[in-house]
Ligand binder design. Structure first.
Ligand SMILES: [Zn+2]
Ligand SMILES: [Zn+2]
Length: 540
């Protein structure tokens, strides 16, 4: 059974799809272009939906939901707008969120971890690194206030200002770069390994920076951060932060922040032309069948050796851009747009399209891609086999160079994880709830105008039949039974229907303005898996 996403485009029993029985035999590329132009998903998924109570079967078209423009411009744009909305809603809040909102909620994938995670948090071990490095600059420390919002300032004329911050952090240099081109002056001396590792663990360094900043600023600073590629193909991060923080504190924290990766050393590959084999529940040397060191053993070695060093140490670059932003100004709006500008672009996008193989830019990209491919991304990564270590919780089928994590591919260049990092009390809502808010705005307009909104939760996977089993069964459609063109046309017709209904409702209720405003139409509503109603915002 397939879980029902929030956004469902069309069911076959709708008026839209009845008109669609005989899809035109158009060229696929043309239809894709039309989808883009009409603002519907370019790569929709088609599913079979069976109602076990009525016995009715229908075909449902779901948007792909990609955040990447290269996959689907429509879904990526929609995802970006949702992020802009999330960013705007939390940036200049003046109210403290109640503590109950701190509870982890579903779909909290991009939310920060609970509390201060230590360097080895991922491996679950107790870490030796609570002592600060001797070579690190001092960090400012201030008494902590129990607040997450910034202070307001009242001017002589009585006007109240709510200043917030916008900070851009970069990674250090890996070698000199040709100005304006983003390629190394001397590729032979460019530190690709360091560049690759820094990209792979960048979000951990940002998390650490935030922890340090909170101590330095003296309150629980909330942030919305977007990680983007620079021209040299290294990630950098734009951070919107709530509240005013002194520039010198931000600079000192940036200088003093580092992240240590307490993993077994992986400097020297041991298995390059031969691969370890999985026999009797363990990875072994292909010739001697001697068992490789397990992940736990390798970590124990690290703990027992008083001279052991972290596998990798990361710092931020000295370039840090700090800007004060005032709530409610044009500048604040412009900054949100800037902040989310590249979220829909892949990490390799600065390279641009149509790069000639062998051009300095393509070579630079390929060299970095080759590096990220073989480095371990997590304790469970198959690449550990290359370094003679059994990955954490290793089962059969692992191979160095074949780890499925996005971190290793040429498009992501090390950055396989989160592109947006949001603190828990930014809005206190998950992205799902933000999405539901937007849907609720549309629903409200329709309901106020007396338009019957399609039965909510009609196809939800958690609706039960009288026998106690799920009423609606979702399944993949066998290939050949669905036509791409039909799916696209169905979406377009459905969208037009909704658009017309919505415009009519707006006229009837005398509402004007954009579809989505800043108010929240729902409060603390648990997002239900729902069917035909959320498509209103999904496709409008
Ligand atoms: Zn899509
Ligand atoms: Zn991996």
């Amino acid at each position: 059974m397939v879980e029902v996403p929030d956004d469902v485009a069309v069911a076959q029993d709708s008026r839209a799809s009845r008109r669609m029985r005989q899809p035109l035999e158009w060229d696929k590329a043309m239809v894709a272009g039309l989808a883009e132009e009409q603002g519907v998903c370019v790569r929709p998924l088609v599913r079979r939906l069976v109602d076990r109570v009525t016995g009715e079967a229908s075909t449902v078209v779901l948007p792909c939901g990609s955040t990447q423009e290269s996959r689907c411009t429509t879904c990526a744009k929609r995802a970006r707008v949702l992020r802009m909305h999330q960013c705007a809603e939390g940036w200049h809040s003046i109210d403290e969120l109640p503590d109950t909102d701190l509870e982890p909620t579903i779909g909290a994938g991009d939310q920060e971890p609970d509390g201060d995670e230590d360097d080895g948090g991922e491996s679950g071990r107790v870490v030796r690194s609570t002592r600060r490095r001797g070579d690190a600059a001092d960090l400012p420390v201030r008494r902590m206030d129990a607040r997450t919002v910034g202070r307001c300032f009242t001017a002589a004329d009585g006007k109240v200002y709510r200043p917030s911050m916008f900070v851009t952090l970069t990674l250090p240099s890996y070698g000199r770069i040709v100005r304006g081109q983003g390629v190394p002056v001397d590729p032979g001396r460019y530190n690709y390994r360091r560049a690759a590792l820094d990209a792979m663990h960048f979000s951990k360094l940002v998390d650490r920076w935030v922890q340090n900043l909170r101590r330095g600023a003296g309150f629980k600073v909330q942030y919305f951060a977007a990680i983007e590629p620079q021209r040299r193909l290294a990630p950098h991060v734009h951070v919107a932060m709530r509240g005013a923080i002194e520039r010198q504190v931000i600079r000192a924290v940036t200088r003093g922040t580092y992240f240590q990766l307490w993993w077994p050393s992986f400097d020297v590959p041991l298995y390059v032309h031969r691969s370890p084999v999985f026999i009797d529940g363990a990875y072994r040397d292909p010739d001697t069948h001697q068992e490789l060191k397990t992940w736990e053993e390798a970590l124990a070695d690290l703990d027992q050796n008083p001279d052991s060093k972290p596998a990798h140490v990361m710092r931020l670059g000295s370039q840090v851009d700090v800007k004060g932003i005032l709530a409610g100004t044009k500048d604040a709006d412009r900054t949100i747009s800037y902040l989310t500008k590249y979220l829909a672009k892949s990490m390799s996008s600065p390279m641009g399209d149509g790069q000639q193989t062998g051009s300095p830019t393509a070579k630079h990209h390929d060299r970095l891609a080759a590096e990220v491919r073989w480095l371990p991304c997590t304790p469970g990564c198959g690449n550990w086999l290359r370094y003679g270590i059994q990955p954490k919780d290793a089962g059969p089928g692992l191979r160095a160079g074949s780890c499925p994590s996005k971190a290793h591919d040429a498009e992501h260049l090390g950055l396989g994880g989160r592109r947006v990092l949001v603190s828990r009390k930014w809005t206190g809502k998950t992205l799902d709830v933000h999405r539901a808010d937007r849907a609720a705005v549309v629903r409200q307009v329709l309901e106020e105008a007396g338009v019957q909104v399609a039965e909510r939760d009609r196809c939800a996977a958690d609706v039960l039949a009288p026998d106690g089993e799920p009423r609606f069964v979702w399944s993949e459609l066998p290939p050949g039974e669905s036509s791409y063109n039909a799916a696209i046309f169905a979406q377009i017709l459905q969208r037009q229907e909704w658009r017309a209904q919505y415009d009519k409702a707006k006229r009837a209720t005398g509402r004007t303005g954009s579809l989505v405003d800043n108010r929240s139409a729902t409060t603390a509503r648990t997002p239900r898996r729902q069917c035909l109603d959320t498509q209103a915002t999904g496709t409008l």
